[in-house]
Design a binder for this molecule. Structure first.
Ligand code: HEC
Ligand code: HEC
Length: 250
């Protein structure tokens, strides 16, 4: 009996220790997220929190999809098409053909990290050559997030921003960085580039089972959680329009 109590106390102490560590980590990440750093080619960029991943690529700076769109027009449209449908003028007869990113679930089961690697290294046995000599890592992430958002309707981004502000910001912070005193994880997470869209939605629903229950009564339960997940992706980008919850939402 006594043993149990002691064990319980020990556990509680450990838990408090962990909480304190978490708070310290959050403060530290909040500091990092707030600081900006100049990069030689890309101007002043918001630095993302540093994460350690075993070799997998993660962005160090907030990606700029608008800059990515310009580079995409320069280097990629010829094959992939302006809208990413894979129908650019050079695409005729290519075997394998460029993917159709406008297809319904095309970018549902891929991760930004997989796109990043394809762009940097090329795809063996296809006309997709490597671009690592033309695009440095920040420029590559810009292009990745341009492609990532090709199919996302602005209306969905606005809905996600609005729902996030209403349902999540109180705990996780308006920009995904919680208050220093909160015991809530930061949602500015460069390591999430290794997740597919479906996996981020799963993570969200698993962490907050009530969020799917709450939206179950609305017209499209799936897309509400998906819209919020889109907003979480935008924490890794500069996308100012998507982080303004009041922009154009009725
Ligand atoms: C000469 C034509 C051509 C050009 C130019 C080109 N691509 Fe590709 N790309 C392809 C083809 C073809 C594939 C399909 C390869 C396969 O399925 O094996 C592909 C595949 C890809 C993939 C992997 C697709 C996936 O869903 O995993 C990505 C990402 C990609 N391209 C991005 C780009 C970007 C970004 C640019 C410009 C910087 C670019 N490509 C330029 C032809 C091209
Ligand atoms: C009442 C405070 C609160 C609200 C409101 C809230 N969260 Fe959380 N969230 C937390 C806490 C605390 C955790 C950590 C839970 C855990 O580790 O079990 C968490 C975890 C998460 C995670 C997992 C993070 C990780 O590292 O695995 C995601 C994603 C997330 N929340 C997103 C959201 C979104 C999106 C909303 C709005 C729909 C939301 N949360 C609303 C407190 C909150």
């Amino acid at each position: 009996m006594t043993k149990h109590v002691t064990a319980g106390r020990h556990e509680a102490a450990t838990r408090i220790g962990l909480r304190r560590a978490a708070v310290v980590a959050v403060v530290w990440m909040a500091g990092l997220a707030a600081c900006t750093a100049p990069t030689a080619e890309h101007g002043v960029r918001r630095a993302l929190p540093t994460v350690t991943t075993a070799g997998a690529p993660v962005p160090a700076y907030a990606a700029d999809p608008a800059a990515g769109a310009r580079r995409y027009g320069e280097h990629c449209t010829a094959c992939h098409g302006a809208d990413g449908a894979g129908d650019g003028p050079l695409s005729a007869g290519l075997q394998p053909p460029p993917p159709d990113w406008t297809a319904d679930d095309a970018l549902q089961h891929r991760s930004p990290a997989v796109l990043f690697q394809a762009i940097r290294r090329g795809v063996l046995g296809s006309s997709m050559k490597r671009f690592d000599h033309l695009l440095d890592p920040p420029a590559t992430w810009d292009v990745v997030f341009h492609v990532w958002q090709l199919r996302v309707e602005p209306e969905m981004l606005r809905r996600g921003a609005r729902d996030y502000a209403r349902d999540c910001a109180a705990c996780h912070g308006t920009a995904g960085v919680p208050d220093a005193t909160a015991r809530t994880p930061s949602l500015v997470r460069p390591d999430w580039v290794r997740l597919t869209r479906s996996q981020l939605v799963d993570l969200l629903v698993r962490s907050h089972p009530e969020s799917s229950a709450r939206t179950a009564g609305t017209t499209d339960r799936g897309s509400d959680v998906a819209a919020i997940a889109e907003h979480l992706w935008s924490f890794l980008t500069t996308a100012p329009e998507s982080s303004d919850p009041s922009a154009g939402v009725p």
